[in-house]
Design a protein around this ligand. Sequence first.
Ligand code: CTP
Ligand code: MG
Length: 231
Amino acid sequence: MSYYALVPAAGSGARMGGELPKQYLPLLGAPMIRHTLDALCAVKQLDAVFVVLAADDAEWDRYDWSPLGGKLVTLRCGGATRAQSVTNGLRAMQELAFPDDWVLVHDAARACITPSQVQHLIAELAQHDVGGILAVPVADTLKRAAPDGCIEATVPRDSLWQAQTPQMFRHGLLLRALEAHPDTVTDEAGAIEALGLRPRLVAADAANLKITYPFDLQLAELILGQRKEIR
Ligand code: CTP
Ligand code: MG
């Protein structure tokens, strides 16, 4: 049985509003996605790291990816939504992956992931029937807003978690789940849940943020910069 990473990187980064698709925005002197792929390629359990690019991606070939070694495989089959990019990537992997192989889907935009977090997820789920995801228990008090911008209710946060990636499922099950629910889910776990299955939550930390808005990029720079100093 093998483990693979699949990295959807075919978005445009509309909320970031930059000149480039956000995965290529500079982060500590390298395109954001370079940090993501560096971490994944360093995980010894992963046999290959598949990157799903948009068909019209004009940035990828501007960089030298050879320092990452031989694990990297590029697939130019991005779709209109994240779920479609992941589904297309899973289909393209079919030549190599067996249905029982594990796939760790990880957002290109979560550039602060560490190899040890990925290894922790793998270790926690290796014996699990369904698979699971990295996630963080909600710490803030949650409010539901009314249309006028006032608070309608306080939502109890007990047992609420924020989903992150990687999300780790077996190739065959995940492809079946996404094909059954192509438009209704926002993450892989959602598709698996829609089949009536129960993915595991594996506790991570807030440093594995999804870089969505300009401030997130500053935060990611601080997190990655501090790790470099410590090393
Ligand atoms: N993604 C993708 N294909 C899409 C949309 C998103 O592969 N059609 C990828 C993004 O490149 C990103 C990950 O999915 O790595 C998470 O998506 P998100 O953070 O929403 O990125 P964008 O869709 O690019 O940003 P936005 O929603 O602000 O446009
Ligand atoms: Mg998006």
